[in-house]
Design a protein around this ligand. Sequence first.
Ligand code: ADP
Ligand code: GLC
Length: 488
Amino acid sequence: MIEVLSVASEAYPLIKTGGLADVVGALPSALAPHGVSMRVLLPGYPKVMEALAASGREVWFYPDFFGGEARLIAGRAGGLDVIALQADHLYARPGSPYLGPDGRDFPDNWRRFAALGYAAYDLSCGIVEGYRPDILHCHDWQSGLAPAYVKYNPGSTARTIITVHNIAFQGIVGWESFNALRLDFAAAGDGAIEYFGNISYLKAALATADAITTVSPTYAHEIRTASYGMGLEGLLKARADVVHGILNGIDQHAWDPSRDETLPQTYSASTIVNRAPNKLALEERFGLAHDDSPIFAVVSRLTWQKGLDMLVPLCDQLVERGARLVVLGSGDPEIENGFNGAAMRHPGRIGVVIGYDEGLSHLVQAGADVMMVPSRFEPCGLTQLYGLRDGCVPLVSRVGGLADTVIDANEAAVEAGVATGVVFSPATEEALSEAIRRTIALYERPKVWHKMQRRGMKSDVSWEASAEKYADLYASLLGLERDADTDD
Ligand code: ADP
Ligand code: GLC
């Protein structure tokens, strides 16, 4: 059994702001059949501590940890083996994991996530009797210092992996914080953590981890180029031999339209007509008029990354072409206002819910016709995978994981019976407009459309293949031969 400690700032179902949580929450059970035992180290946010209230027990006490008392609390919650870093001076506060109620980053995020990395390092040194993980699997910048502690501070023999879910977030803090990080002084000398005069937690991980993974093969190539590397492409090119692209899967129990009891009507690939009551419920929920036209949908952070500023000016055209639109999301005020304005101009044709609503996201996927993900960059993307699973045909730009998971319905692909969605490039307003036109034309060919829906629903969006790749990577870092029997 390989013992892995996954280190992250979110894990579904305990705490989630995006796809990172889905992946961190899904990995332990995906990896269990492959001989991997995985615990998850999380900051002790109020929601995490509540979930651990019944089963949690203190396994370590820090009298003074990054400015206050702290405890490591181990227990089982949300189907996960969790270790929470309970440090009330860092995490017991309202707001999201990263932002206060005023919508601004907490000013001490550098300290909050240095503490998380340090606790991971401590655990890898074996501070808790009977538990010493072989591998620290770190996710994104929030856990980025852990591999640096392992490399520069004494006492840990763990191997380390950083998974990049989004290279846009690099965890950059002023150099004046260095002394408070408890990082060995050697780390200051060799350039590994320094980024244009500051400290970057993500760069620290990319420079010091034994392996680097990202969440799709295409993104693994893209981040080694100036267009997508966001300044870190040079380092990634230099470390190309340890960079791997491993595609995300989805939790097929949480996303299963044939068993999802939150839906007005369950359905499967062979009973796809049963989506109709869900579409009706969606119309009602978003105040849309009832007719036979396609409903395009967005379930997303409303940001530049997601390309949704390009959709705002196309709303009028989409309605003129006879289609409808529902938007569930929040983010940039300008994009929110843009969609709200479009909904006011087109009552009954465009419906907008600003906010985050997990339950409603299931109804959208199970009731709408088209899931739009027109991202400028997309490390993997999960909403197009949920769309495939639910028969909500994805319309995506050809970047990152979107390019790796959706097969464009050009005529050759339609003829060959392999298309699963509409893929466009480049990620521009013009190309998106053309993709919307093409999607409506496909919807007007019901046989082609239904086949495409069914094919999507049957396509493999599971963790199977990728869990095996992670397990192989862990084994190779530990110099182990994997026993073929553990794959089953
Ligand atoms: P990212 O992590 O970049 O935001 P992903 O596609 O990987 O993008 O994951 C987004 C996750 O967050 C998905 O599980 C999606 O369903 C969910 N999500 C995004 N916005 C909302 C929302 N407004 N309400 C409910 N779920 C949302
Ligand atoms: C990030 C990326 C998204 C990816 C998710 C999970 O939030 O933006 O593309 O699917 O992480 O890996």
